[in-house]
Write a protein that binds this ligand. Structure first.
Ligand code: NAP
Ligand code: F7E
Length: 328
């Protein structure tokens, strides 16, 4: 039975990945932080087979202890402070977790493997936010990085540290440069879920408006369930490498609003949407669109869920959740 160790198990991707690995016959261990993490119950109910180990990626000794217990063949480092807007307000913390945390997990992996680095493979959750002020359209693995937030800068550090461990020690360490991926499990602070939750509540008469920031930003949005499959494929490849994982399509926040509101029968969303300067960022990433050609060619990976299906899936799920909460 192959064994996997996942940091960030309580997050959107941790839940999808652990579910898929358990279906493939893996024994899955997840790192959970805090003395009484409120998301423990969520993981236990949604992915009952996962074994949780307490620890934090900023604490190397906790990672060493976790590796000892998990004895993993595959390590997926998904743990991070992942909300870009928050990273300006908490830049040092974001650097410690999203940046230096990667070094800790790489180092724990190396120390655990000892003289036999071939016994373990490592995945780093890199991000399209590293492209920031994009220097090429579409963005590919070779595109110059130009991060625009403390989060993006921290991810660049983790990305190059992963490459460095591959080159320095010959570790099977791969970095997935994942573009935005969403799902009904997406945190409500991110724009897709903020919109689908608001649309659901507005359609049920539970809320009368939603305040947003920049409606002109464009993102390449895919489905998280498809993207965690790409992570797994990277660790099955003979050689470790870096891969862009994206759909190759981009859409603005306005298009997101169009599709989401239409799903509940509202054509004139402008009546319900207000622009609030508090949601603008000190530096914006205006356009992201990825070229997933390498992942398709080398990993046989392709996205299955398109933009309208993704938004529809999220709106429907939020309508159901809000209806249940409101007892309607
Ligand atoms: P998410 O839902 O925000 O989950 C982040 C996870 O990191 C949570 O489980 C969180 O645990 C954990 N974490 C935070 N601080 C930690 C610490 N100090 N030690 C250990 N774990 C810690 O993020 P996601 O959307 O699943 O994304 C997974 C990874 O992919 C992240 O690294 C993210 O930056 C990256 N990424 C995401 C996207 C995307 O569009 N979703 C795109 C590119 C890259 P708590 O529940 O305890 O807070
Ligand atoms: O913003 C604009 C905002 O917060 C998307 C993370 O998973 O993907 C995610 O980062 C866009 C930005 O995601 C609101 O200005 C407008 O242009 O949903 P988001 P993100 O910043 O792209 C990358 C790939 C990651 O790696 C990250 O971890 O939407 N926007 N109005 C808004 N965004 C938010 N959150 N809230 C608004 O009201």
């Amino acid at each position: 039975m192959p064994r996997a160790f996942i940091t960030g198990i309580t997050g959107q991707d941790g839940l999808y990945l652990s579910e898929q690995l358990i279906d493939k016959g893996y024994e899955v261990y997840g790192l959970i932080r805090g003395q009484n993490n409120p998301k423990r119950a969520l993981v236990e109910s949604e992915v009952p087979g996962v074994k949780l180990i307490t620890g934090d990626i900023t604490d190397l000794s906790s990672l060493m202890r976790a590796f000892n217990t998990a004895q993993p063949d595959e390590v997926y480092n998904l743990g991070a402070i992942s909300f870009v807007a928050y990273s300006w307000e908490n830049a040092k913390l974001t650097t410690d977790v999203t940046g230096n945390g990667v070094l800790n997990v790489l180092e724990a992996t190396r120390l655990y493997a000892g003289n036999d680095l071939s016994k373990v493979r490592f995945y780093q959750a890199s991000s399209s936010e590293m492209f920031g002020k994009v220097q090429e359209v579409p963005q590919r693995e070779s595109t110059l990085l130009w991060p625009r937030s403390p989060y993006g800068v921290a991810k660049v550090y983790g990305h190059y540290m992963t490459i460095n461990y591959r080159e320095s020690y010959g570790m099977h360490a791969s970095s997935g440069i994942l573009f935005n991926h969403e799902s009904p499990r997406r945190g409500p602070e991110f724009v897709t879920r903020k919109v689908t939750q608001a649309v659901a509540r507005i359609s049920l008469g539970l809320q009368d408006k939603v305040s947003l920031g920049n409606l002109d930003a464009k993102r390449d949005w895919g489905f998280a369930g498809d993207y965690v499959d790409a992570m797994w494929r990277m660790l099955q490849a003979d050689e470790a490498d870096d891969y862009v994982v994206a759909t190759g399509e981009t859409h603005s926040i306005r298009e997101l609003l169009d599709v989401a509101f239409k799903r509940v029968g509202i054509d004139d969303w402008e009546k319900f949407v207000f622009v609030d300067p508090q949601f603008f960022r000190p530096a914006e990433v205006d356009l992201l669109i990825g070229d997933p050609a390498k992942a398709k060619e080398k990993l046989g990976w392709e996205p299955k869920v398109g933009f309208p299906e993704l938004v529809t899936m999220m709106v429907d799920s939020d309508v159901e959740k809000q209806r249940a909460l409101a007892g309607k």
